[in-house]
Design a protein around this ligand. Structure first.
Ligand code: FAD
Ligand code: NAD
Length: 479
């Protein structure tokens, strides 16, 4: 007889492990199945995020920014450094240590919360039955009242650029270079392209990003994407918009890339090439035909607002379903589903999902962009604050960027907050909290912010919505 659980979670990435831990905390008999194997050949929890995504990329972003600061900016603030050099293998080793600590930490959390850990592959059959094949080939059958699919996503590959070991790589390969490539090509100027391009550019690579679209970072507010393009150009990152890659080859240890730009055929030669053209939902070999779970036309598991699939008792969360492919979105969906299984009624507020690009300056936003509001004909007002006017930013020697608050003209309710500045990834949380509670720009303006902080940029931008900012000339001064 098959062993029976209350909940089986398939996938141990951020969406899956949050769902599993919360289910167990709520008293449900829970199992979490994950098939990830790390480069040492060991099973590892944490999925893309912990193994080859959020965490390792941030470890490299942090190390490379420290190196860049020491090289370029320390002299200006009176710190002399001699014999500065980068030890790439040591940097990669530290990144691996962080990954190891965290992936083992997740396994520990699952265990201490009483989740049954099953490392291997799951196949979902009809009747909420799961076939589990362990890594050593043993097959077992399990059943559950509730099944949560959290199988995540994988990089998209494009026919003109098939991956070639250590030469043409995806985002995972780009986290493991053992030396700084002299010339680095990146296909796609999206989030991964910008973050990994920043890492290697700071360490000395000449970085060229080939982006098919004519517009740079189209999902960000136009003021922010324009400022970002200016900053990246200053940093020497060469972003070529309207560049469609048509082919690639390896010749004499170099990657040659052919691309079309303004109808002209162009060629470039690189030491390494990163393909970062997006990710696709991953459901390979997961569903048998009569599982009752349907996919949409783009391959995402079809779910409603509460992450229920078409099959009763089966849910799906994280990158494998619609919405932005972000770890925190998946985590909240995982928790929501666990709570709903336990009879509670939470929901995910999809209107307040923060987006962050961890470049320098960092880029972050929540809510509507000005171009979206213009297109929908909504009436809005804007307050901007340039970080050049921030006392803390000046003290920190880092005055690039701005904060922008958009509020409804009639109600003053905040509709969107957009920023490019140092610490934007932390600062955006203040805007998310405000919007979650339906804040007005006036509420933010009436709130006391510690001085001197980068956060004061948000305070001033909120005040600027009604012409009350103190440290900038307001466009429409009010009594
Ligand atoms: P995943 O993390 O992909 O986990 C899915 C898990 O399911 C995997 O472990 C997989 O092995 C397992 N699985 C799949 N099929 C089966 C099966 N049949 N049986 C058993 N197990 C299975 N997001 C952010 O929010 N912030 C960031 O800073 C950020 N940085 C990123 C940087 C990079 C380089 C990349 C690539 C991604 C980044 N992301 C970031 C995106 C983030 O990693 C994903 O949104 C997140 O990991 C999705 O979580 P998930 O649990 O849905 O899926
Ligand atoms: P993306 O969608 O952000 O960017 C891909 C870019 O590649 C797009 O600008 C697209 O126009 C371009 N592109 C597509 N095909 C192309 C082609 N043939 N030639 C040239 N350009 C082409 O995807 P990504 O950067 O690969 O990231 C994948 C996902 O991972 C994102 O959706 C993001 O949600 C997530 N992620 C998040 C973070 C973060 O939160 N900081 C960091 C990394 C990744």
């Amino acid at each position: 007889m098959a062993t029976k659980f209350d909940v089986i979670v398939i996938g141990g990435g951020p969406a899956g492990y949050h769902a599993a831990i919360r289910s167990a905390q709520l008293g449900l008999k829970t199992a979490c199945i994950d098939k990830w194997i790390n480069p040492l050949g060991e099973p590892a929890f944490g999925g893309t995020c912990l193994n080859v995504g959020c965490i390792p990329s941030k470890a490299l972003l942090s190390a490379s920014q420290k190196f860049f600061e020491a090289k370029e900016n320390f002299a200006e603030i009176g710190i002399k450094v001699s014999d500065l050099s980068i030890d790439v293998p040591a940097m990669i080793k530290r990144k691996e240590k962080v990954v190891e600590n965290l992936t083992k930490g997740v396994a520990g959390l699952l265990a201490t919360n009483g989740v049954t850990i099953l490392q291997g592959k799951a196949v979902l059959h009809a009747g909420r039955s799961v076939e589990f094949s362990s890594h050593d080939g043993e097959v077992s059958l399990f059943e559950a009242d509730h099944i949560i699919i959290a199988t995540g996503s994988v990089p998209v590959d494009i026919p003109p650029c098939p991956l070639v070991d250590n030469m043409i790589v995806d985002s995972a390969g780009a986290l493991d270079f053992c030396a700084v490539p002299k010339r680095l090509g990146i296909i796609g100027a999206g989030i991964i392209g910008l973050e990994l391009g920043s890492v290697w550019s700071r360490l000395g690579s000449e970085v060229v990003l080939l982006e098919a679209l004519e517009e740079f970072l189209p999902t960000a507010d136009t003021n922010i994407s324009r400022e970002a393009a200016r900053q990246f150009k200053k940093q020497g990152i060469d972003i070529r918009l309207g560049s469609l890659v048509t082919g690639s080859s390896i010749k004499k240890g170099k990657v040659r890339v052919n691309y079309l730009c303004a109808d002209k055929e162009e060629t470039e030669s690189f030491d390494k090439l990163i393909v970062a053209v997006g990710r696709r939902p991953y459901t390979e070999e997961l569903l048998v035909v009569d599982s009752g779970v349907n996919l949409d036309e783009r391959g995402f598991v079809f779910v409603d607002d509460y992450c229920s699939t078409d099959a009763p008792g089966i849910y799906a969360v994280g990158d494998v379903v619609r919405g932005p492919m972000l770890a925190h979105k998946g985590m909240e969906e995982g928790i929501m589903v666990a709570e709903r299984i336990a009879g509670n009624k939470p929901q995910v507020n999809y209107e307040t999902i923060p987006s962050v690009v961890y470049t320098h300056p960092e880029i972050a936003w929540v809510g509507k962009t000005e171009q979206e509001l213009k297109a929908s004909g909504e009436s809005y007002k804007v307050g901007n604050f340039p970080m050049a006017a921030s006392g803390r930013a000046m003290a920190n020697n880092d005055t690039n960027g701005l904060v922008k608050v958009i509020a409804d003209t009639l109600t003053d309710r905040v509709l969107g907050v957009h920023m490019i500045c140092d610490h934007a990834s932390e600062l955006i949380a203040e805007a998310v909290i405000g919007m979650e509670f339906g804040t007005s720009a006036e509420d933010l303006g009436l709130t006391m912010f510690a001085h001197p902080t980068i956060s004061e940029g948000l305070h001033e931008a909120a005040l600027a919505v009604s012409g009350r900012a103190i440290h900038v000339a307001n466009r429409r001064p009010k009594k």
